[in-house]
Write a protein that binds this ligand. Structure first.
Ligand code: NAD
Ligand code: IPM
Ligand code: MN
Length: 364
């Protein structure tokens, strides 16, 4: 029996809906494996702006710092799209990532066999997809300064800065190499070195580090080519490591190899301190409040939380197995299944996964 503190940040849109199911899963795991998960809720995003005037209240930061792990839903929505940049919901998410130094974002892209025929791509192309995208999460154009609007000679000018230090590049690349060592030992470093100075530095550092990991095969690939290769032949990839914005875009693209954006979980990790776990999707304003969202990305993020932050491997496996069984039994939410007669709501999907968690044998 063990005791863990988990911060729960539901956020906006479908965030609270998918988090509700994920929390019920955590409660089921606690019962089944005799753990105590003390869950405390915090505000982040638009809901925090509305209640406190800021997307990342100090209490939320304190709550996260005092937890063993953090589970987050999603932030943002049209209601806050006209806010000043520091009051946008997204600033809350970027703020917590930066404050906790969560520089390594792991986004596994794994196709469940049961969903082979649900990808919009041909099954013979997506079969066997198992890619891990390692996205740098606290640097690059998301955080570089100057970042401003000003009056120029031809009307307003807007400036964003893509900046990376050697140290930032090195630490994320080392994560990529080490993770590849535990997998198929192939690392694809993605950049735009034919154009960007930051990418040329990135490539130099990758080449230098590769001597420390002689068992890993390093390849460099330009990001535009990767965007195409992911669709053409995803099986060629094992671990992909890349900078912040490329990783953001490629992971949404790669999600469709698995059938839906609603399937991809993520872990955001630092060298010390709590990890943050969240689905890679957003707040989905178009379906929010309708009990339609796919909760599996968030439920699978719970599995990542148990594995990476709490070191509860069996518990993580049990969740992934329950999801697998649920999909094998033919249950789907609307984003995946086109058979609308049989489509499950968010709540029903969560209930179904829990039923396989409760009695894996009888249901299996
Ligand atoms: P989105 O990921 O919210 O939605 C894109 C499309 O995918 C929508 O059609 C949506 O209905 C669908 N979708 C997403 N998740 C789904 C799920 N679990 N089940 C079923 N369908 C799902 O991206 P967007 O529409 O570009 O952005 C909406 C808002 O979300 C914006 O404010 C954006 O900033 C924010 N956002 C937040 C995060 C985050 O909190 N980590 C991530 C991405 C976008
Ligand atoms: C994600 C999201 C965020 C990002 C936004 C909401 C700031 O798209 O987590 O993928 O771009 O990192
Ligand atoms: Mn994104």
């Amino acid at each position: 029996m063990s005791y863990y503190k988990i911060a729960i940040l539901p956020g906006d849109g479908i965030g609270p809906e998918v988090i509700k199911e994920a929390v019920l899963i955590l409660e089921e795991v606690a019962k089944h494996f005799h753990h105590t998960f003390e869950m405390k809720y915090g505000l982040i995003g638009g809901v925090a702006v509305d209640k406190t005037g800021t997307p990342l209240p100090t209490e939320t930061v304190e709550l996260c710092k005092n937890s063993d792990a953090i589970l987050l839903g999603a932030v943002g929505g049209p209601k806050w799209d006209q806010e000043l940049s520091h009051r946008r919901p997204e600033a809350g998410l970027l703020g917590i990532r930066k404050t906790l130094n969560l520089y390594a974002n792991l986004r596994p892209v794994t196709l469940f066999d049961a969903l082979l025929h649900t990808s919009p791509l041909k099954s013979e192309n997506v079969i066997g997809t198992d890619v891990l995208i390692v996205r740098e999460l606290t640097g690059g154009i998301y955080f570089g300064t100057p970042r401003e609007r000003k009056n120029g000679e031809n009307g307003q000018e807007a400036i964003d800065t893509l900046r990376y230090s050697e140290k930032e590049i090195e630490r994320i690349l080392r994560q990529g190499f080490q993770i590849a060592q535990g997998r198929k030992k192939k690392l694809t470093s993605v950049d735009k070195a034919n154009v960007l100075e930051s990418s040329r530095l990135w490539r130099e550092v990758a080449d230098r580090l590769s001597y420390d990991y002689p068992d890993v095969k390093l390849e460099h690939m330009l990001v535009d080519n990767v965007a195409m290769q992911l669709i053409r032949n995803p099986r060629q990839f094992d671990v992909i490591v890349t900078e912040n914005m490329f990783g953001d875009i490629l992971s949404d693209e790669a999600s469709m190899l698995t059938g839906s954006l609603g399937m991809l979980p993520s872990a955001s990790l630092s060298d010390t301190g709590p990890g943050l776990y969240e689905p890679i999707h957003g707040s989905a304003p178009d379906i929010a409040g309708k009990d339609k969202a796919n909760p599996l990305a968030t439920i699978l993020s719970v599995a990542m939380l148990l594995r990476h932050s709490l070191r509860l491997e069996n518990e993580a496996d049990s969740i992934e197995n329950a999801v697998k069984k649920t999909l094998e039994a033919g249950y789907r939410t609307g984003d995946i299944g086109f058979d609308w007669e049989r489509v499950l709501t968010t709540t029903q999907m969560g209930t179904m996964v829990r039923s396989y968690l409760k009695s894996p044998v009888q249901n299996g």
